[in-house]
Write a new protein. Structure first.
Length: 213
């Protein structure tokens, strides 16, 4: 599996470093150096295998904040930024390249939405569902997909679940882009109105060489 192979490589690098330094640099005998390397390799595997557990634990804390009716917009923004970090972590553990690409788009769009709301808190109400439901549930779906993918199950149920996840993540990517557009819809309308008024004034002053189509 991609995740297991990557974890093993990282752990091997750690183990190799912990062997090379004692044996080559400090002149510690071979067997003690090997013992240190094996211990470091095991520790590396333990650290990397716990990454998903940490994401799940962090998501539980995030959900507690999101479900708190007294949580401020600043709190929602803060935990949502943490969720975009979780999206990045989960994307590195998934094997399906198309799915990973869609997760990347979701993350990029999420960051733009969060940035927009941070600059103008009045925009929050337009995308409240994004903060309280869309983003956390997307991560939950991806965590479940990652777990099933790692098990290499061949049942029809698991295959259908993975296919459904890939389809919904593609749909979520589009819906997040619509959420972002919603934030700037009033800006677009106001700007178009200003352009038309300005164009009318320019025409009345005799500046008619350039027409707005």
């Amino acid at each position: 599996m991609k995740k297991e192979v990557r974890n093993s490589i990282f752990s091997a690098v750690i183990g190799g470093a912990f062997f090379a330094v004692p044996f080559a640099a400090l002149n510690i005998p071979l067997l003690p150096s090997l013992g240190i390397a094996i211990a470091a390799y095991g520790a590396g595997n333990l650290i990397f295998s716990d990454s998903n557990k940490k994401v799940i634990s962090d998501m539980e804390k995030i959900n507690n904040i999101l479900s708190d009716k007294n949580a401020s917009i600043e709190d929602k923004i803060k935990v949502s930024r943490k969720m975009t970090d979780k999206l990045y972590i989960v994307s590195k553990q998934i094997e399906n390249d198309t799915l990973v690409a869609n997760i990347g788009k979701i993350r990029d769009t999420s960051v733009k939405i969060i940035d927009a709301v941070e600059k103008d808190h009045n925009k929050y109400k337009k995308v409240e569902t994004f903060f309280d439901y869309y983003l956390p549930v997307t991560i939950k779906i991806l965590l479940n997909y990652d777990e099933i993918e790692n098990q290499k199950l061949n049942s029809e149920e698991s295959k259908q679940m993975m296919k459904n996840t890939e389809n919904i993540i593609n749909k979520i990517s589009g819906s997040f882009e619509e959420q972002l557009s919603k934030l700037f819809q009033s800006n677009i309308i106001d700007t178009e109105a200003e352009i038309k008024v300005f164009d009318t004034m320019l025409n009345s002053e005799g500046f008619t060489d350039y027409k707005i189509k």
